[in-house]
Design a protein around this ligand. Structure first.
Ligand code: NAD
Length: 510
């Protein structure tokens, strides 16, 4: 088993952990001569070096997956279920180890990392029901002596390309349904926090997943492009930022692959004047600053309707000094650092940008950030944000929460519907009728009613609208099963010599 990185102490350069590929059931050191740094964001030091795959190394992984496909596809559903129950047990048993790896490389606090693993386990649990999920339809006597039935079959080799912000859960959204449906898999995790994927590969092997069925290759654009263009890959799931999602969708589909590419977000939380303001303020702080705002479902814009604004901003302001920012490994930390120094600096630059554009800086996270070399930024609140400002338009992806004020419900809905993203949205109100109207009106894929981060449970599917998703099918849940399979319809007749005759006419059903 891979050693779990000890995060808090800054290792010296000669102690750097080498993170290798996982191909055909074994760790494979990269040979491309290219690699990238992995940091402990809380300490601000490099702790590892991850190998970057060449085109040839991607090809080796795809070949391993291709070779493993015929046998894996033929494994019975009852045996696959047995393996999935074992995967579930092993991930559960090692959930703390996985969480520590996440905190060490991503920076999120341990409790949040455990939550990430728990939501991933739910997808694995869903996949334990694969015999039920793959059931087809059957029609007896569609025509005289003729039965018709539908079945769903795997695609072949599937690939996944994942973002830095959920290094365990998002890969689980992909490999779990892909494998359960009988496909083999090549995962290219984020190069910023790649260790959890290799650790998972070891657990899958221990659970009885045959060699070659699950492979991990690391890298940057070179590896992604090699995956997009590889003729041996049949389908591709991507989660990441919108420009790359669009690129992956366009390039992957032009190379004949089935692609689902989930992109970025700008999630609004609308607070109506009748809302429980304390509940809304708690939700805004949790959803705005949890995981340092590095969640695609983070609330980044609060839309205060009517006279809700002053009370809401006051209630949030009161809560901000209590948010404990610190090393994610420490039990009392509630918010960790950002993933890299560059990302922290970029996020922090929006504070001055917002001020210059006319927003009111209620809390400046640079002033409350812990000292030292860690990539920290404290909680930031910008009031009086307007839709034409960059702080409104950009996905900042950090602990910067904006507040915009509008007069009416209609204005609030228009703001959300005019936004190019459509991942998540929430409304806070005590009025059930308005909430119901909101779910009807709003052009967003995932809607929360007094729930700030409405990530669907594993037996529904996850996905946004507009620039938050390129492709037709959402990820995991029933749509995930559909994505990783294709339908086949069989029309069958068994010989009955008594009625056998030649008929050159087009088959009729009567
Ligand atoms: P990213 O787009 O930079 O990277 C995602 C993946 O693409 C990584 O594996 C990376 O190696 C690869 N990549 C990066 N640049 C590339 C390029 N030029 N060509 C080809 N491949 C490239 O995203 P990130 O910074 O890792 O993650 C944060 C983003 O992901 C945010 O925009 C967030 O909203 C989004 N996200 C979306 C969802 C969702 O479900 N919609 C979930 C999580 C994260």
């Amino acid at each position: 088993m891979t050693e779990v990185a000890e995060a808090p102490n800054a290792p010296r350069a000669q102690e750097l952990k080498r993170i290798a590929h996982w191909i055909n059931g074994a760790s494979v050191a990269g040979e491309s001569g290219r690699s990238g740094p992995v940091y402990n964001p809380a300490a601000g030091v490099q702790t590892g070096e991850v190998d970057f795959a060449s085109i040839e190394e991607i090809d080796r992984a795809v070949q391993a997956a291709k070779d493993a496909f015929p046998a894996w596809r033929a494994v019975s559903l009852s045996r696959k279920t047995e393996i999935f129950f074992r995967i579930r047990a092993l991930v559960d048993e090692h959930r703390e180890d996985i969480a520590k790896i996440l905190t060490a490389e991503h920076g999120k606090v341990l409790s949040d990392a455990l939550g990430e693993v728990a939501r991933g386990i739910e997808v694995i649990e869903f996949c334990c029901g694969i015999p039920e999920l793959l059931k087809g339809g059957f029609t007896e006597q569609a025509s005289t002596g003729i039965d018709v039935y539908s079945i769903r079959q795997p695609l072949g080799v599937c690939a996944g390309i994942t973002p830095f912000n959920f290094p365990a859960m998002v890969p689980m959204w992909m490999w779990a349904p892909a494998l359960a449906c009988g496909n083999t898999f090549v995962l290219k995790p984020s190069e910023k926090d790649p260790s959890a994927s290799v650790y998972t590969a070891e657990l899958l092997k221990e659970a009885g997943v045959p060699d070659g069925v699950f492979n991990v290759v690391h890298g940057d654009k070179v590896a992604v492009d090699a995956i997009l263009e590889h003729p041996g890959i049949d389908a591709l799931s991507f989660v990441g930022s919108t420009p790359i999602a669009r690129y992956v969708y366009e390039t992957g589909t032009s190379h004949g692959k089935r692609v689902q590419a989930l992109g970025g977000a700008k999630n609004h939380m609308i607070v109506l004047p009748d809302a429980d303001i304390d509940m809304a303020a708690d939700a805004a702080v949790s959803a705005g600053y949890g995981s340092a705002g590095e969640r695609c479902m983070a609330v980044s814009m609060l839309v205060a309707v009517g006279d809700a604004g002053d009370e809401l901003v006051g209630a949030i302001k009161e809560r901000l000094p209590k948010v404990k920012v610190g090393d994610g490994m420490e039990a009392d930390s509630e918010m960790g650092p950002l993933v890299t120094r560059e990302h922290r600096d970029k996020v922090a630059s929006y504070i001055d940008k917002g001020r210059a554009e006319g927003a009111t800086v209620v809390a400046d996270g640079r002033e409350s950030a812990p000292g030292g070399e860690g990539f920290f930024l404290g909680v930031t609140l910008l009031d009086d944000v307007k839709p034409e400002m960059e702080v409104y338009k950009d996905e900042i992806f950090g602990p910067v929460l904006g507040v915009t004020r509008v007069s009416t419900y209609d204005e609030a809905v228009r703001l959300v519907n005019d936004n190019p993203y459509g991942n998540g949205v929430a409304i806070f109100t005590r009025d059930g009728g308005v909430a119901r109207q909101f779910q009807f009106d709003v052009n967003v894929g995932m809607v929360g009613i007094n729930v700030p981060i409405p990530v669907p449970v594993a037996y529904y599917s996850f996905g946004g609208w507009k620039n938050s998703l390129f492709g037709d099918l959402h990820i995991y849940g029933p749509e995930g099963i559909q994505f990783y399979t294709r339908g086949k319809v069989v029309t069958s007749r068994w010989p009955d010599p008594a009625t056998s005759k030649v008929d050159l006419g087009f088959p009729q059903t009567r």
